[in-house]
Design a protein around this ligand. Structure first.
Ligand SMILES: Cc1cc2nc3c(=O)[nH]c(=O)nc-3n(C[C@H](O)[C@H](O)[C@H](O)COP(=O)(O)OP(=O)(O)OC[C@H]3O[C@@H](n4cnc5c(N)ncnc54)[C@H](O)[C@@H]3O)c2cc1C
Length: 389
């Protein structure tokens, strides 16, 4: 049976980044994904925020033009324009980006198993320190052994339940259509509708960057029908924008965990990362920055644990600490979820005309912040493990 130091389940951005990082530290790494081509079944709009663009080396050909304008709309059509002096957002060409990241992982030495679904795990029969992953392809069942498992398998992680770690319990659902060649005119802009009936607990959006137009809705699944809401929204958008002159090139959608970072993310057998760890901003539902930043910490901790075998090292990857950093955004999410009437939202929208309201809107959309970097330097065991390597 093949044996690896680390087996990463899920080749989304989180899994690809941590796999590449660990392989470049000299670890024998396998990455497994049920997709046969990572460009298929993309579920994200792919909006990257300024801090991510500044911190990570995202190739230019994987990104659309910069967006620095946002327009907010109330349920009854009032609007508010926000403008930033910075290049705030860029929409990723996600299929191309995933395959570029896959190439980087392969170049770093990662063994890639596509078209392969993770099913379950158990202790290896002959060696308690090894975990056996049971996998399935279209024609075969097979297994591999690994010293450590990383669950980067998305919002409904099977690895989480198999490892006995925390699991996501609160989601919103997002669906969108992607168009090209729409003659939009004007500056690239992110249009955001706050409408608790059309998009309960979240937003409806249209983002155009001069190359693609993404039109979508998101909300709590028990309070709306995502596809019907998107159809209704598309009718409205077609009256406002010349979508019919372009081409519909993709339909996307999926669950976004918004309950906050999960408390228990790691044990001796493995850890959770990205959506599987609930690492998504509870307010904006942005998960791409968390994916990349949390991967860095996960790689450091996994590498140190494999090197030292000291269980104290695992405490540095602390879901409770990460969760606390989001208490304000968690509170704002609770408030957004409570607004069920269009009139109430309309009244709330009036606040955006005040100085504090405008400041707040700027802060939400143009925040220079990002997912928190774990204070790894505070863990003496981790530092000892790193310095003895
Ligand atoms: C509609 C929508 C729009 C969004 N827009 C944005 C946005 O604009 N900006 C932003 O920052 N965030 C956005 N998000 C959130 C963001 O996309 C996610 O947080 C992020 O992509 C999560 O990455 P990940 O690598 O953790 O998981 P994923 O990208 O979900 O990757 C998980 C991978 O695991 C694989 N997998 C799952 N189960 C198995 C299994 N059993 N065996 C093998 N493989 C498996 C899947 O095939 C997948 O490739 C959006 C989400 C949605 C749904």
């Amino acid at each position: 049976m093949q044996e690896f130091d680390v087996a990463v389940v899920g080749a989304g951005l989180a899994g690809l980044e941590v796999a590449r990082d660990l392989a470049s530290r000299g670890r024998r790494v396998a990455i497994i994904d049920r997709k046969s081509n990572l460009a298929d079944g993309v579920h994200t709009t792919g909006i990257f925020v300024r801090r991510t663009l500044e911190s990570f080396d995202l190739p230019d050909d994987c990104l659309g033009p910069a967006v620095r304008h946002v327009t907010l709309y109330s349920p009854y059509g009032r609007s508010l324009n926000l403008e930033s002096r910075f290049e705030e957002f860029r929409v990723g060409k996600m299929g191309h980006l995933y395959n570029t990241w896959l190439d980087r992982a392969r170049t770093a030495g990662v063994s890639v198993f596509l078209d392969t679904a993770f099913q379950s795990l158990n202790s290896a029969s002959d060696d308690e320190s090894l975990t056996t992953l049971n996998l399935m392809t279209a024609s075969d069942h097979w297994s591999l052994n690994t010293r450590f498992v990383i669950g980067a398998d998305g919002a409904t992680s099977r690895v989480a339940s198999q490892l006995g770690l925390s699991e996501n319990k609160e989601w919103i659902v997002g669906v969108e259509h992607v168009f090209t060649d729409v003659p939009m005119g004007g500056e690239p802009r992110f249009h955001v509708w706050l409408d608790p009936v059309l998009a309960p607990g979240y937003i409806a959006w249209l983002v155009h960057d001069g190359e693609e137009v993404h039109v979508g809705v998101g909300g709590y699944a028990n309070r709306f029908h995502p596809r019907e809401a998107l159809d209704e929204f598309l009718v409205k958008m077609r009256k406002q924008f010349p979508l019919d002159k372009g081409q519909l090139v993709d339909r996307r959608g999926g669950r976004i965990p918004v309950g906050g970072v999960l408390p228990q993310l790691i044990n001796k057998r493995g850890l959770l990362l990205g959506d599987a760890a609930g690492a998504v901003s509870p307010l904006t539902a942005g998960g791409l920055d968390p994916c990349l930043r949390q991967s860095q910490a996960a790689a450091v901790v996994a590498d140190a644990w494999l090197h030292s075998g000291d269980a104290e090292v695992l405490k540095a990857y602390d879901g409770g600490w990460m969760r606390k950093k989001f208490w304000i955004r968690n509170g704002l999410r609770r408030m957004l979820a409570m607004i069920r009437s269009r009139w109430l939202m309309e009244c709330g929208f009036y606040l955006f005309n005040t100085w504090p309201g405008r400041w707040f809107a700027h802060r939400v959309f143009f925040s220079p912040g990002s997912f928190p970097d774990l204070p790894l330097e505070r863990s003496a065991s981790l530092q000892a493990a790193i310095s003895s390597q």
